[in-house]
Design a protein around this ligand. Structure first.
Ligand code: ARG
Length: 466
């Protein structure tokens, strides 16, 4: 390269951009992480160029060898990234051409516009697969904790007020369900990421007789039936970032779920709840108060949802009103996409680690779950079984609760006579409603926190996740 001009400026341009402009426009500082996928794309493109006679077999193998040698150098930290070459694509191409003259033919029928779309899709495809395995691992951590503490009961809450007793496992499995929907969304997103844009050129394809199907197959852009998946409109293909938006949206919802789980952990470790203890490794102290042990990992997991939601907003705003087709604005997609992927991956992973290092205070949990008022609804169901309309039963049990409060007794301490003073339908068997074990054995419809149903759900998830 003469005068150290960036490749894209050779020929038409008289000089280099000023340092400030170069710094403003470069993307190498953040898109270099695409190098592996850029090289993979180039290897497939070169194979195709040989097939159609643009490269000789010798040129193609020299290019392949050159790219692999560059990959080794990058891996070993020996590659010198040059900011004046703008981005990962031009850094790799320039270095290849310096080493292998045939490298100058590699960009035949290709633009950085379809190249960057390709790289992003290849990168995101891998990212989704590894995120899915982290999510499955977090689900396993939740199921394992549920299994280990299968006997533990806690109050279930609505409005953050004690409502009805549930097994801790039931509460944990609620998150397993949420995470399963996150996985399904990510898989769905994967099917639209997995479409090959290469061959779209800058925006209008190419006059050369390239073979897009071959490239798609080489790069694994095929559906479940092995059919190659190609973008069908070159202008759309170079400017489409819907797949990135979809990923960021799925990541945002995942982050929101993780923040809810984090919040439960934070509440449960507080002295007010005291249901669980987090291992020291996942907590930090206070620089001032010697007694403190703070659940920082959980707090940051909760907090990081903010940036992941923000990344989604940034991407949508970036795309809004963009004219056809590629615009340099699109370079701004990467840091948001990378940040969402990195953040949800790390959070998912750390949450799993933290859950594996939690101990449960079963005594505190049971003490909270034993509050007989949590079974007031069961008492209403008792009256329904005696033939009363539920509305009336609800009203009567309300009066019973008021009576207990007035006489300073627990609900379960009221005598049969006291219950009958409210309504004669209360028989001597009414007080057996407050037997917690029995109460839990009675909630066995699908999705309920009953003893048998909970065991069934734990077994179902154990099987699904193994
Ligand atoms: N770094 C650019 C991006 O991330 C690559 C494509 C640049 N294309 C161009 N014609 N300037 O979008």
């Amino acid at each position: 390269m003469k005068n150290h001009l960036p490749v894209s400026r050779s020929g038409r341009f008289a000089g280099s951009p000023g340092a400030e402009v170069a710094q403003f426009t470069e993307s190498i500082s953040f898109d270099q992480r695409l190098w592996r996928h850029d090289i993979l794309g180039s290897l497939a493109h070169a194979a195709m160029l040989e097939k159609i006679g643009v490269l000789t077999a010798a040129e193609r193998s020299a290019i392949a060898r050159g790219l692999k040698a560059i990959a080794c150098d990058i891996e070993a930290g020996k590659f010198r990234w040059q900011p004046e070459l703008e981005d990962v694509h031009m850094n790799l191409e320039a270095e290849l051409t310096r080493r292998v003259p045939a490298g100058a033919k590699l960009h035949t029928a290709r633009s950085r516009n379809d190249q960057v779309a390709l790289d992003l899709r290849l990168w995101l495809r891998d990212e989704i697969v590894s995120l899915l395995s982290e999510i499955a691992d977090l689900q396993r951590a939740l199921v394992t904790l549920g299994e280990k503490q299968a006997h533990v009961l806690i109050p279930g809450y609505t409005h953050l007020q004690r409502a009805q007793p549930v097994y801790l496992a039931h509460h944990l499995l609620a998150y397993v369900e949420m995470l399963e929907r996150d996985s399904a969304r990510l898989w769905d997103c994967h099917s639209r990421v997995n479409v090959c844009p290469l061959g779209s050129g800058a925006l209008a394809g190419t006059t050369l007789p390239i073979n897009r199907v071959l490239v798609a197959k080489l790069l694994g852009f095929v559906d479940a039936q092995g059919q190659p998946q190609l973008t069908q409109n070159s202008m759309d293909a170079v400017s489409d970032r819907d797949f990135a938006v979809e990923f960021c949206a799925a990541a945002a919802l995942l982050a929101v779920h993780l923040s809810r789980l984090a919040e439960d952990v934070i509440l449960w470790t507080s002295s007010e709840f005291n249901f669980i203890r987090i291992a020291d490794a996942y907590t930090t102290g206070s620089s001032l108060m010697p007694q403190k042990k703070n659940p920082d990992v959980a707090e940051l997991s909760r907090g990081k949802a903010g940036r992941v939601v923000g990344n989604l907003m940034a991407l949508l705003t970036l795309l809004k009103g963009l004219p056809m087709s590629y615009n340099r604005d699109l370079q701004e997609d990467k840091e948001r996409l990378f940040d969402s992927a990195d953040t949800v991956r790390a959070t998912t992973r750390l949450m799993a680690g933290m859950l594996r290092h939690i101990s449960v205070n079963d005594r505190e949990c049971l003490a909270a779950a034993c509050d007989p008022v949590l079974l007031a609804t069961d008492l209403a169901d008792y009256l329904v079984r005696k033939g009363l309309p539920f509305r009336q039963a609800h009203h009567l049990v309300g009066s019973v609760v008021a009576l207990a409060e007035k006489s300073n007794k627990l609900l379960s301490q009221l005598t049969t006579a006291e219950l009958q003073s409210v309504d004669k339908h209360f028989g001597p068997d009414a007080r057996s409603v407050f037997d917690l074990k029995r109460a839990m054995s009675r909630r066995n419809i699908v999705g309920a926190p009953g003893t048998r149903e909970m065991a069934k759900q734990l077994a179902r998830w154990r099987k699904l996740l193994s």
